[in-house]
Design a protein around this ligand. Structure first.
Ligand code: FE2
Length: 295
């Protein structure tokens, strides 16, 4: 039997940042020539972003992608240009890779964190010294180093010094990272991973993180997904954001499981009624139960 693609601890805790190892560094789909081919296909889908090496930890995450039209795919092969391949599940070949990897970890994940869906993959071909600014994402994330080295700084998703309850609310309610703000004082609170090929990390939904590339070009792949717990948490934060808009001071999410349960029941009812009406009016709804994230 071949080695599992991602090795995770059988006592996997879905809300804890943790180290993983993997066997994907030699995978043919993750070598530069294959990624350049994928880059061409993703470019046609408008799912490529290029970057330069100017960003720092404190750069606004929204401004970080620095599009420069001169970056060509041939330059990527020569390690002169850099790209992020977004939503690679839009590509049938890479969707299969995502399924192969996530299907394999799913039995362990499911024990404590069922409802895996909204699968997606992200591949970063980045320059020596490149910095991915401090930010957080909605999805759970297995981040695996394929080539080169990287220092990954992560923070606990429940560290309310680094990101306040209000910051979480804004993020869930409006996808706003307005209150996800870098401060040098966060450094000592981080768990740091020195990633090299074969190593990776698992970051739960809304774990703040920041990445500094090593001295060589780097290839990293992230496999991301939602679960029932991430969907529920999002709904609760959106509900609290709404209460705050009404001038109330809501109980923080997670502080009272019984209150969360009541709020969740009300919010789930409200959301399905709202979605019913939107569907009848022919309007779109955001369905976070889809098997794959829409590109
Ligand atoms: Fe991220």
């Amino acid at each position: 039997m071949s080695a599992p693609r991602i090795q995770i601890d059988p006592s996997f805790e879905p809300w804890k940042v943790q180290a993983v190892t993997h066997a994907l560094s030699d995978h043919p789909l993750l070598q530069i020539d294959a990624l350049v081919e994928l880059g061409k296909r993703q470019q046609a889908r408008k799912l490529v972003r290029t970057h330069n090496a100017e960003a720092t930890a404190g750069t606004s995450f929204a401004d970080a992608p620095n599009l420069h039209a001169a970056a060509t795919l041939a330059d990527i092969a020569k390690a002169k240009a850099w790209m992020s391949l977004l939503n690679v599940q839009a590509d049938p070949v890479y969707r299969q890779l995502i399924d192969d990897v996530l299907d394999e970890v799913r039995p362990i994940v499911d024990r404590k964190d069922p409802g895996m869906g909204y699968r997606a993959g992200w591949i970063f071909v980045s320059s020596p010294g490149a910095v991915t600014p401090f930010h957080m994402d909605h999805e759970h994330n297995f981040i695996l180093q394929i080539r080169g080295t990287k220092r990954l700084y992560t923070w606990d998703p429940f560290d309310r010094v680094v990101v306040s309850e209000r910051g979480q609310e804004l993020f869930h309610d409006r996808h706003s990272r307005e209150l996800v703000v870098w401060n040098d004082a966060w450094r000592p609170r981080a768990r740091v991973f020195d990633l090299e090929p074969g190593l990776g990390g698992y970051m739960p939904s809304t774990s703040p993180h920041m990445v500094e590339n090593g001295p060589e070009p780097s290839v990293t792949i992230s496999f991301t997904y939602y679960t029932d717990a991430t969907r529920n948490r999002e709904l609760l934060y959106r509900g609290n954001a709404r209460l705050r808009r009404l001038g109330l001071d809501p109980t923080p999410v997670g502080a009272s499981p019984s209150r969360d349960a009541v709020k969740h029941a009300v919010l789930a009812g409200f959301t399905s009624a709202k979605n019913f009406v939107r569907r009848r009016l022919g309007r779109g709804i955001r369905d976070n139960h889809l098997p794959y994230a829409p590109a």
